[in-house]
Design a protein around this ligand. Sequence first.
Ligand SMILES: [Zn+2]
Ligand SMILES: [Zn+2]
Length: 300
Amino acid sequence: MAILPHQKCSLRSLEYVPTWHRPCQSMHVICSVSTSTQTKPRSSSPNQLIIEPRLVASPPLFNDPTLQSTWAHRGWVATGCTTVLVSLAKSMVAAAFSHVWIEPMLAGYVGYILADLGSGVYHWGIDNYGDASTPIFGSQIDAFQGHHKWPWTITRRQFANNLHALAKAITFTVLPLDIFCNDASINGFVSVCAGCIMFSQQFHAWAHGTKSKLPPLVVALQDAGVLVSRSQHAAHHRPPYNNNYCIVSGVWNEFLDKQKVFEVLEMVLFFKLGVRPRSWSEPNSEWTEEAETPSQVAAR
Ligand SMILES: [Zn+2]
Ligand SMILES: [Zn+2]
């Protein structure tokens, strides 16, 4: 088959090479043919097959170090849990002193409901804006891009590895309240909301789990809508890749998607700041899921 003038073929797009997993040393072949007369060819041969090495990201291997928990990860999860538990204990002590339990319990329930909304807004933001070089959020953005390409890897990520980034943010947010706030309702709200946000990545991992391999209690909570369901989150990983962002209980997903809340926010940001969300682009190889190979399935 003849190669047409100006035809370029690339085995994979070259624009994005995620850094959340260190790329392996694989070769990327680019075949390029040009007969342009406007620029002088770099070599004496105008129709030249260019083969150049390229670093290409690949999914983490089974027992990949990037999926393992370190002592630093465990330390941050421990401090995050401690700050949340201190806030919960202060709420219970204040409620016991005042003999008013209903308000802190209602505040905790509101915290659980709003944590789902918060997880959706945050997930939508990092799915659609910025890249690996974005300050503060760069590693999370990169990790979520990798997650869209290889969703199954979240089930192999160890517990503290999966939670440590959110646990660090929760530690710094909740610690001042632990020190300075003694209000039963505020602590009731903060402890439940912060706890749900910190564990949202675990709920997310369970949403990717196989029903037969999940603990029966987790399956029961998913089926009851207490935790985000596997079917609801599976829709997030299917075209058009712009819905079901909430990953605590998923209770907000239907409302947010039906009312097109994120689509309106995307329009506002586009017209105010000129930034386009990733979800407006045609799904490409960086966004869509790569199928698991038989050897990867066997390694589960
Ligand atoms: Zn996502
Ligand atoms: Zn997911």
